[in-house]
Ligand binder design. Structure first.
Ligand code: HAM
Length: 426
């Protein structure tokens, strides 16, 4: 039997309701902060990720689903993340606008060939936001993190920690990387082959190494945070001040370098103790210059992405977000003529926005009533031989157990009142 591929999963209707509810909350909050949705393709030219995320990163060197197009002309990659595609689209469509910030959000699947475990999949979903502008004011960072905190509060997520760091800029990082490279060179005998190679090519990536025997060496390496230039120090201090002013608690983690090369200055992660080993719920940072690296206009960038599977695991009472609801009407019929009338009534009720279940299995009225109860229908309309003859419908409210006889017109006329506070078109 063919099964879902390792590291992927289906979202079945009961869970999909929850996903929709969560996505609804995200869209509402992102919208309130002025973000508009962008939808980019799930595959891109491989080069996009090599040039932005970075050749030496785990994502690009080990985890991408890359394939060549059938005619062999292009190397394509299923997107492992959303920032590079958004910046690509921003450049391609000339979205840059000197008079305002461009605020974009996306919700969708990403693909990384990682070892699957709790909270880690090969197809997973991110909700991400990107702020693109000519302005690198750290207040943008604090406001974006405030928005993330609001999303988490609205979903009832508590018990998480905000970790922040600054990884410097084009001014201070090169000197630091030189120091780091020299240090790694001295310790190379104690390091794994990956670390030795990275030490040469992209020494900051050494901090991503998970090999246990490398950890003591890595722990003793100097941190970029301690060698920031004056401008980066000021930026970081103002960022912290803006977080303080907003009452957003945080902890500075000098080893937070993030596994993507496009970051500079501010980086952050939201970690949650409830998640186990894969404890990063959301992560992001500043990426000024990424647009220029991809041949776009000078642009300052800041954003984050949140793993939706991990978000789902952190919500204490997900059922509350999407309470189970049965159909508004269950049409129980007996006989062919009744069934024919019922199909017409079902069409009219559905056109008026009511959710209708109609039984096609020809069961007895009694077992249809039982099914209506099981499906948690709000009302049952009974159409038996008597009803066909009299032209009246027996309508039972399943909650109050009240029952009355209505004509079809009366029933349909009653709908506007019913609709208030009900599911609308859902
Ligand atoms: P990232 O840290 O690679 O950043 O991923 C962001 C989040 O996606 C993680 O914190 C985690 O919640 C989730 N995630 C990543 N990999 C997996 C996986 N295999 N299974 C389940 N969840 C996963 C980025 O992707 C950046 N583009 C974030 C960003 C946006 N930076 C600036 N703007």
């Amino acid at each position: 039997m063919v099964q879902a591929v390792r590291g992927t999963f289906d979202i079945l209707p009961t869970e999909a309701r929850l996903w929709q509810a969560i996505e609804g909350e995200l869209r509402a909050v992102f919208g309130a902060y002025g973000f508009g949705e962008i939808r980019t393709p799930v595959f891109e030219a491989t080069e996009l990720f090599v040039r932005s995320v970075g050749e030496e990163t785990d994502i690009v060197s080990k985890e991408m689903y890359t394939f060549s197009d059938r005619d062999g002309s292009t190397s394509l990659t299923l997107r492992p993340e959303g920032t590079a595609p958004v910046v690509r689209s921003y450049i391609e469509h000339r979205l840059s606008d000197e008079s305002r910030m461009i605020k974009l959000y996306y919700i969708g699947p990403m693909f990384r060939r990682e070892r699957p475990q709790k909270g880690r999949f090969r197809q997973f979903h991110q909700a991400g936001v990107e702020v693109l502008s000519g302005n690198d004011n750290p207040a943008i960072e604090a406001e974006t993190i405030e928005m993330l905190a609001l999303v988490l509060a609205r979903l009832g997520v508590t018990g998480y920690e905000l970790l922040i760091n600054s990884i410097g800029c084009g001014e201070c990082r090169p000197a630091f990387l030189g120091r780091l490279r020299a240090e790694i060179g001295q310790q190379s005998a104690a390091l794994c082959a990956d670390c030795r190679r990275r030490g040469e090519k992209n020494p900051l990536r050494v901090f991503d190494c998970k090999v246990p025997s490398c950890q003591p060496v890595i722990a003793a390496l100097p941190t970029v945070t301690s060698s920031l230039c004056r401008a980066c120090e000021v930026h970081f201090a103002r960022f912290r001040q803006y977080l303080d002013e907003r009452g957003l608690p945080y902890r500075v983690d000098e080893r937070l370098v993030r596994g993507l090369d496009y970051y500079m200055r501010t980086t952050f992660e939201v970690v949650s103790g409830s998640l186990g080993a894969q404890d990063t719920l959301a992560a992001g940072g500043r990426y000024d210059g990424l647009a220029e690296d991809l041949e776009g206009p000078p642009t300052k960038g800041f954003g984050f992405a949140m793993g939706l599977e991990r978000l789902m695991l952190s919500i204490p009472d997900p059922g509350v977000l999407a309470p189970e609801r049965g159909p508004d009407y269950f049409l129980a019929t007996h006989g062919d003529e009744a069934f024919r009338l019922a199909t017409g009534l079902a069409r009219k009720l559905r056109a008026a926005g009511q959710a209708v279940y109609i039984d096609f299995d020809g069961r007895s009225l009694k077992s249809q009533m039982r099914l209506a109860g099981k499906l948690k229908a709000s009302r049952v309309v009974i159409l038996g031989e008597d009803e066909v003859r009299s032209g009246k419908l027996t309508v039972r409210d399943m909650q109050t157990r009240e029952q009355g006889e209505w004509t079809e017109d009366e029933l349909l006329a009653g709908i506007p009142a019913d609709l208030q506070g009900s599911r609308g078109s859902g």
